[in-house]
Design a protein around this ligand. Structure first.
Ligand code: SAH
Length: 343
């Protein structure tokens, strides 16, 4: 059976070519065609020998995503809905901000972590995305906006990227590969609800990716209530792991903290947060909750003021923002993989 070429890293292709009796540098040439020149038709890969092209045609195909729908927000944010072969769909969001173009990528169809405030997990997990399905989100959008470039990639769409570790890792290796896209280190960010074993694997790999933690509470009990993953991987164990990450990568960890009415925005919550952050090199992003049909609401201005005043008093730096793309449900946590056509 033919395989999707975009599922393979360059090292893997090298091995496949070697085994097929071809020179290993063919893999590098193919990477340049597909990821740099954006040519996907084997016949047009003119510096490959005829035999090599035949080998490719016989064993591989090159997939593309099918766009089902695209919406543009008043603030310029664009949301793409892509249909997959099995009838599932995934969402990708492009966020333009001045000269920056950030692409928010999905890593799974659905999510199994069931954070109570988040739409993405409401239907559970259907499946992991293939490497090619991750890469193709990037390739589709970069082709579309060319000659403008995507400057940042964040794994903040649907799914938990560290729960699809192998495929996300391969996709990152492909994106960073210097014969292809050559995406800049530190401009790729993995966002996680806090899977400790996989963060430890990242520490070992030392890839140069940024790490963002969906924190949302510095209190073990509150966090366990809204993020069940905290029962398995509590803050008490997560924090030392994050310290080790920022030490090894020589880079601060980012904490995302969604402000939710009457839940995590009291003065006491701010004090706990300041304490937690004091031990780790980090950045803090406060995000005002996006309301949906779930029971949670954004806090009133007074709650936000009390919370942020306490942080300032304690010398904690932060950014405070509303998510972009709210009018098209492209804002943080509002993405939802459709696990059936038309669902
Ligand atoms: N599973 C990963 C990647 C998802 S990123 C993670 O947890 O980090 C999506 C981000 O949006 C997460 O930080 C999530 O907690 C946040 N989020 C979920 N629902 C939200 C909402 N309604 N408003 C604002 N942020 C939300």
């Amino acid at each position: 059976m033919k395989q999707d070429l975009k599922n393979f890293t360059q090292e893997q292709l090298r091995e496949i070519f070697k085994t097929g009796g071809f020179a290993h540098y063919r893999a590098k040439q193919i990477f340049a065609w597909i990821y740099k020149r954006r040519v996907e038709d084997f016949e047009s890969m003119t510096d490959l020998s005829k035999d090599a092209r035949e080998f490719l045609k016989k064993n591989f195909f090159v997939s593309q995503l099918e766009l089902q729908n695209k919406e543009t927000s008043r603030d310029g944010t664009e949301k793409f809905l892509f249909g997959l072969d099995d009838g599932s769909a995934i969402e990708t969001v492009l966020i333009p901000e001045g000269t920056r173009h950030t692409l928010c990528i999905s890593s799974q169809v659905g999510c199994k972590f069931k954070c109570t405030f988040c739409m993405s997990g409401q239907g559970g997990l259907k499946r992991n995305l293939e490497v090619s399905e991750i890469i193709n989100q990037y390739l589709y959008v970069v082709d579309l906006i060319s000659p403008k470039e995507i400057t940042n990639i964040v794994f903040m769409g649907v799914g938990e990227p560290l729960d699809n570790f192998e495929n996300v890792l391969k996709a990152i290796k492909i994106l960073m590969n210097s014969s292809g896209v050559s995406f800049v280190k530190r401009r790729i960010c993995i966002s996680t609800c806090g899977l400790i074993p996989e963060i430890k694997k990242l520490i070992e790999l030392n890839l140069g990716v940024k790490l963002s933690i969906s924190l949302h509470s510095a209190d073990e009990d509150i966090r366990s209530k809204i993020m069940p993953v905290n029962k398995k991987y509590p803050l008490g164990e997560l924090l030392p792991t994050l310290k080790a990450f920022s030490k090894k990568e020589r880079y601060p960890v980012t904490f995302e903290y969604v402000l939710i009415k009457d839940l995590n925005t009291s003065k006491g919550d701010a004090i706990k947060l300041a304490k937690l952050l004091s031990g780790v090199r980090s950045k803090l992003n406060l995000i005002i909750y996006n309301a949906s049909f779930l029971k949670y609401r954004p806090p009133p201005k007074e709650q936000i003021d009390i919370f942020t005043a306490e942080l300032k008093k304690r010398g904690v730096f932060f950014t405070l923002r509303k998510s972009k793309g709210q009018d098209i449900s492209a804002a943080c946590g509002q993405l939802r993989a459709h696990w059936q056509k038309g669902a």
